[in-house]
Design a protein around this ligand. Sequence first.
Ligand code: NAD
Length: 491
Amino acid sequence: MTELSEAKQADGDTPITPGQLWIDGGAVAASSGRRRDVLDPATGELVTTIADAGDDDVARAAAAARTAFDDGRWSGLTPRKRAEVLLRAAALLREHAEEVARLESLDVGKPLMFTRTIDVPTAIDTYEYYAALAASIEGAARSTAFPSLAYTRREPVGVVGAITPFNFPLILSTSKLAPALVAGNTVVHKPAEETALSALRMAELLQQAGLPDGVLNVVTGGGAAGAALVRDPDVDKIAFTGSTAAGRLVAAGAGEHLKHVTVELGGKGANIIFADADLEAAINTAVAAFVFNTGQFCMSGSRLLVERPVYDTVVEALHGAAQHVPVGDPFAEGTVVGPMAGPRHLAKVRSYLDRAATAPVQVVSGPAHGGGGFFVPPTVITGVTQDSPFVQEEIFGPVLTVQPFDTEDEAVALANGTPYGLAAGLQTRDITRAHRVAAVLRAGIVWVNGWSLLDPSMPFGGTGHSGYGRENGPEALDEYLQTKSVVVNLG
Ligand code: NAD
């Protein structure tokens, strides 16, 4: 770890040591012997390395999770007993909140202001929310046509392979672990190769909270480790969050091995500003919606649709905002936009910006941030048509397209006119229109007069190429349970 990276950790934090795999309750070396670099996105410098799991390592983790499930050390506890462990994990995370926020900022390049106020608090909230839902894991008595005592039981699915992306490592792993664990499953977690540090730290905190050995295992590595998890015969369900391209492979692989599967995939969120909206609030929302998390947000408001009478005003305000949003060091006070999480993501966004420079569109970008690291400027693109790649493809950076519209029907058609269907929003003062449009937008979540309003109680997920399954809410708990019928013959 370099001196610069060390300075980003506070006194008393657990030191960032080279990451091992976490299997059967402890840190173990990968039998593959391979390592991967972890880079500081703000500088490009090496922070540490993590293990790069091979097929044998994934099999070892899955076997540990299988044994831990089958012997009932966790699935045999009542949901309320399991909830006690989740509550202790939430308390430990609260105790270590500053340390984990700094770790996440260092690993992902997220402004510390957000990891302190969003990432860590949301993870705590999510553990507590699912702990509270433990008592709702119950069956129902049924009335049959013949004499019986008939009832259903809600049981865990078994071993869950949880595969998560790089952009919200702590939140997205918690939104799988918390419902999966309280439901009684055991888990093998495969975090993203670029941003695995908080997953390894959480494994330690969960063990300290009393999670029995083998109930959570963490295998770090790339897509090959994820694919090995999908194939592994010890794994019963795959809970995947990531790109649409990888999600297709995961869904096909899970289908071949007849595993339960949920796939939470990419998005191209449309945010509609009607002329009757509170314009100042709508513009602030539109800016936050596309720059939040440096645009590395599946629910980013990356397409703005503006009713023609206010189009010029909105575009002018966006151009100003793109040039003045504070971009910089995630650890500096006031930074709103940090770097991209890694060179792979930077290259992808740059390829779109290079294409935009020669395409028949108008582009306004903020100033480039100097001093190394994986920075891209916030960028607003106008003059695009609906079939443009900037409108149709997920860029996954701080890049916004803006299109005018004349009627409500046209706005809805444009909003629904991509293969994705994850998040959408509309800004209006007309309450009737708000509900009418919310009902016809093709998306798993719709925001009215806001964006990114998320809560562990509110489910989100996709339709179309954004995938299927739901995270958050009681709906996500259902994804980790299966129903058994018990019928006692009273005839
Ligand atoms: P990615 O698909 O490249 O990787 C996601 C995870 O899948 C990583 O852990 C990766 O190692 C693993 N993986 C890659 N190929 C695999 C394969 N063939 N089999 C099994 N696992 C494999 O995605 P990313 O670049 O890390 O994340 C960005 C994408 O995730 C964007 O498309 C974004 O929209 C999406 N995302 C979706 C949601 C949602 O809730 N819908 C949330 C966050 C991110």
